[in-house]
Design a protein. Structure first.
Lengths: 134, 337
């Protein structure tokens, strides 16, 4: 039986690829179509890159959701970096965390079905997202 | 959006099939129309690639693995474009909301700052004020006194847009509260200066000319607070002279004294007041010379004052290729012959 959850540490840029890989494998097993697989992988990329760029180290936890009501993938990105001073600002369209080229956190929110962000200055950031199989 | 895709897939497949077989332009036109409808329904690029993959697999079940992988690769490359498309859509909606708020503000400004050009015996008055964008940072105002004296204010806020528009309302209501007939132009500016100095941000200034024309002695008395100099046209000599004035812009210092100037208007004479939106007109990147401001005025001098300001405005609008960089205000007083 395949694992129901998985955790990837992000420290080097190469770890972003590892996180994408885990995300895609789990998404495939859960029965996501190729469009959603690609969206999930891109969202994970963005979350992992944010950790790599701003927090230097952190982890991404993947958990399969498989209940009577729903089926999907939960992705939690946790770091103990500097935290986000103004969440409203980073969640604004047009404001991008990765130098204007990435999807930014609003992009992650669009790619996924659920998105919750918590951050505390000096302590770190936790982003919880979910995508359900339609 | 899934529904649009699902209902389009058969049509897409047919078009694709016919194109692959005959390379006809008609299929390409068909897909153009389809692509427009996708855009309208906010279908993202990765969804179109996905639909393409499905259509291809249904048409060619024997499709090689290499082609299939390459299509998945293409789909992956589209994801970021899809995110951008959604972002642009949401920014567009926001911009639209801001636009309509500004146009409400502009309408309100027009109502608040409304002034009528007074009819007076012996003097013909024309005035025009056109904002560069929706909100106007220029302002003019007329007051007609009981003794037929005409009071006139022309002002320009240093700065544009919303802050400028807001402070103009303040100026208007301050002027309205003065007992016009009893006050001289320099006293009015001194009072306004105190209002502006107390109520407006220290790095915002307003320049203004306040003028009074008295039909009894045909004299124009005026004072200037750092405003763009006006011009006097002497009909007899067919000559323009600049109205040199001294005076600090409103809001710079607390207690400022202004000087009063006077000139007599003889039949056919004109006085021109304007804002720097007129004098700082650019013709192909170069600021125009004073003479070039006066030329069109001279050209239209036989028209009524209102026709003159409108023609001069049109002239400058054309000169600048219909791109206004600054608010434009022009007032002409013409002593009737």
């Amino acid at each position: 039986m395949k694992p129901q959850s998985s955790c990837v540490r992000i420290q080097k840029e190469w770890d972003i690829v590892g996180a994408r890989h885990v995300a895609r494998d789990m998404a495939k097993e859960l029965g996501f179509g190729i469009v959603d697989q690609a969206r999930i992988a891109t969202a994970v990329s963005e979350l992992a890159r944010n950790i790599y760029l701003y927090a230097k180290s952190g982890q991404i936890i993947f958990e399969k959701i498989d209940t009577m009501e729903s089926k999907g993938l939960s992705i939690i990105a946790i770091d103990s970096g500097p935290g986000i001073a103004d969440i409203g600002q980073v969640m604004q369209d047009g404001y991008s965390t990765s130098g204007g080229l990435g999807a930014g956190l609003p992009g992650v929110k669009r790619l996924m079905d659920e998105f919750v962000i918590q951050s505390e200055m000096g302590k770190g950031t936790k982003i919880t997202t979910k995508k359900l199989v339609r | 959006m899934g529904e649009v895709i699902n209902s389009s897939i058969e049509g897409y497949k047919d078009l694709l099939k016919s194109f692959i077989e005959t390379q006809d332009e008609r299929s390409l036109y068909g897909v153009e129309m389809m692509s427009k409808s996708f855009l309208k329904n906010n279908i993202l690029p990765e969804e179109i690639v996905d639909m393409h993959i499905q259509a291809l697999e249904e048409l060619y079940p024997e499709l090689s693995q290499e082609v299939k992988h390459s299509m998945n690769f293409l789909l992956e490359a589209m994801i970021s474009y899809g995110i951008k498309q959604q972002e642009i859509q949401s920014l567009k909606e926001k911009q639209f909301a801001i636009q309509s708020e500004i146009s409400v503000a502009a309408k309100m400004q027009n109502t608040l700052l409304k002034t009528e050009i007074p009819q007076a015996k012996g003097i013909d008055i024309g005035a025009i004020s056109v904002p560069a964008h929706q909100l106007n940072g220029d302002y003019y105002h007329f007051v007609k006194g009981k003794d037929d004296t005409i009071g006139l204010a022309i002002a320009d806020v240093i700065g544009k847009g919303i802050p400028a528009a807001l402070s103009m309302s303040m100026i208007k209501y301050a002027i309205d509260s003065y007992p016009e007939e009893s006050m001289k132009p320099n006293v009015i500016l001194e009072n306004l200066n105190r209002v502006v100095e107390r109520n407006v941000d220290p790095n915002m200034f307003i320049t203004m000319i306040y003028a009074q024309y008295s039909p009894r002695d045909n004299k124009l008395r005026f004072s200037s607070a750092g405003h763009e100099p006006g011009f006097y046209y002497n009909a007899k000599e067919n000559k323009f002279t600049e109205l040199k004035t001294k005076g600090l812009a409103l809001g710079v210092l607390g207690n400022v004294q202004y000087q009063e100037y006077m000139l007599e208007m003889k039949p056919g004479d004109m006085v021109i007041f304007l804002t720097d939106g007129v004098t700082e007109t650019k013709d192909q990147g170069r600021f125009i010379e004073t003479q070039e401001v006066l030329d069109p005025i001279k050209k239209y001098k036989d028209l009524s004052a209102q026709e003159m300001v409108e023609h001069v405005f049109k002239y400058f609008e054309q000169l600048q290729d219909f791109k206004r960089r600054d608010d434009f205000t022009l007032i002409i007083l013409k002593k009737e012959v």
